[in-house]
Design a binder for this molecule. Structure first.
Ligand code: FAD
Length: 468
């Protein structure tokens, strides 16, 4: 076993003890094995851990947290590291707990409940449910890799979020290992339960900062009978945004309502070869439900799009639908192929302010002179302006930094949030502070610090992340 240079005597002892207790084959300490665990999908933040432990049971996690807490060693829970804010890199070294080997999924069709271990991917949970005619609605664009633990710790949303919300909307119960190794069970796998205040919420969005989620129980729903897709092509983002706000305001709950601007469409076309419009903006609305209701809903959606100036097409051809779904899912990946550095933003505004937010983002792009492909979940008022720049050009780096701040300030001014789903991590701590100040909500951070002291008195959980 080769330990990194940072490893202290206490750390070496701790790692030997962990290896003895859970099996040395689960512990990685060779530098070449640690490098792949040093970044996240943003590629903007870095931190090499001192060791990685590939756990495959709650008992393994408990043993690691017992030893790490005693020896005050940082611990970073890790799913697939698809996060975009630096929340999963080992900023201060320590032990990465890799949860991917814990990926059991059990469906209880008669209860409309699914249990998933933390390392199962979100897509797999949905696939297992579909064998029983059921569906697990959350579907981040990264669902093929994003894990249940990571998606809960980030409260991920996704393409079906317009109708079905985010991870927390489906969560029934949790198993979490706390620093020191205690195993906390919160809630029952029933559609309702009351244990006083609902502490599942403490761990939703907690970004590996309070404990390690080891398994979760979710409610699920029957697969909708039919899905119809309505696609609108608009002269600009503001009019596409107006259509989106109108669809929601008219009481229709589309399954998904996704928006992409021309820069995004061109990048996706180039990266994937999918033929897409080169100008204007595109809105993709899916409506789902019983056969009788769908045509009526699709027509109403198309009408909202036409009123806002869109050219509209309708389809329920699975191949065509898959093609556009893939195009939307590929938005971020396409940009990372085309530009040397990208910083994705994640603002959410009230639905009624969505068109204004899009107009102001367009204005910012022109003012700062940087490519700003923009796409996102219009049905939630959540959009991802993505700043593209040359990391070797100091002027561009500085402009990108200021542009990111201004995008967040647009959200704050319009009564929205600086993060809708990607979380805070390293990227967003300053912006979150500004948002809370603007709302007179600074005490929220004080209270979080108190909670952290109770659950993690030695501050071993993901230190340096979410640094309040
Ligand atoms: C191409 C692309 C598309 C994306 N699309 C979306 C989208 O549509 N919607 C969306 O919300 N996000 C999206 N994301 C962001 C990201 O995929 C999600 O946040 C995802 O849920 C993270 O899951 P993960 O398993 O990769 O977690 P990781 O990145 O490994 O970890 C994320 C955070 O969770 C913590 N964590 C991980 N596992 C656990 C655990 N078991 N217990 C406690 N804490 C844990 C980590 O410490 C870290 O703080 C996208 C990312 C990419 C690269």
């Amino acid at each position: 076993m080769v330990l990194s240079e940072d490893a202290s005597e206490a750390f070496s002892k701790a790692i030997r003890e962990i290896s003895r207790r859970i099996g040395g084959e689960k512990v990685l300490t060779d530098p070449e094995d640690l490098i792949p665990y040093s970044i996240d999908a943003s590629k903007r933040f870095e931190g090499v851990p001192w060791a990685v432990v590939r756990v495959n049971s709650t008992e393994d996690v408990s043993a690691v947290l017992q030893v790490a807490d005693r020896e005050r060693i940082p611990v970073i829970p890790r799913g697939s590291a698809s996060c975009l804010t630096g929340a999963v890199v080992a900023k201060r070294g320590g032990i990465v707990i890799d949860l991917l080997p814990m990926h059991r999924v059990e469906v209880y069709p008669e209860d409309l409940v699914v249990m998933a271990e933390a390392g199962a991917t979100v897509q797999r949970v949905d696939e297992e449910c579909r064998r029983h005619g059921l569906m697990f609605p959350p579907d981040p664009a990264s669902s093929k890799v994003a894990t249940v633990g990571g998606a809960l710790a980030e409260n991920a949303g996704g393409i079906r979020g317009a109708k079905y919300g985010v991870m927390k909307n489906w969560l029934l119960a949790l198993e979490v290992v706390l620093p020191g190794g205690r195993v906390l069970r919160v809630g029952e796998p029933t559609l309702k339960w009351r244990w006083g205040p609902d502490l599942t919420g403490l761990f939703v969005g907690s970004e590996g900062w309070l404990g390690v989620i080891t398994r979760a129980w979710f409610k699920v729903i029957p697969v909708p009978e039919r899905v119809v897709r309505v696609v609108g092509v608009f002269p600009d983002m503001e009019s596409a945004g107006r259509a989106a706000a109108d669809i929601r305001a008219s009481g229709i709950l589309p399954l998904g309502l996704e928006i992409m601007n021309a820069e995004t469409l061109r990048a996706v076309s180039r990266a994937t070869g999918i033929d897409l419009p080169r100008e204007g903006a595109m809105l993709i609305a899916d409506v789902d439900g019983p056969r009788e209701a769908i045509s009526r809903l699709a027509k109403a959606v198309a009408e909202c799009m036409r009123r806002a100036g869109g050219e509209v097409t309708l389809s329920d051809d699975p191949e065509e639908m898959e093609r556009l779904y893939l195009a939307r899912k590929m938005a971020y990946a396409s940009l990372t192929r085309l530009y040397r550095a990208v910083e994705i933003e994640d603002i959410t505004v009230p639905l009624s302010r969505f068109p204004e937010a899009l107009r102001r983002i367009d204005e910012l792009a022109k003012r700062y002179g940087l490519p700003l492909p923009t796409f996102g979940h219009a049905g939630d008022g959540n959009v991802h302006p993505t700043i593209c720049y040359d990391p070797d050009d100091e002027d561009q780096v500085e402009r990108a930094r200021r542009l990111a701040e201004e995008i967040c300030d647009v959200a704050i001014e319009l009564g929205g949030a600086v993060s809708g789903e990607h979380g805070i991590g390293i990227q967003k701590t300053g912006a979150l502070r500004r948002e809370l100040r603007a709302r007179g909500a600074e005490y929220y951070l004080d209270l979080l610090r108190e909670i952290k002291r109770v659950l993690d008195p030695n501050n071993i959980m993901n230190p340096g992340n979410f640094d309040l």
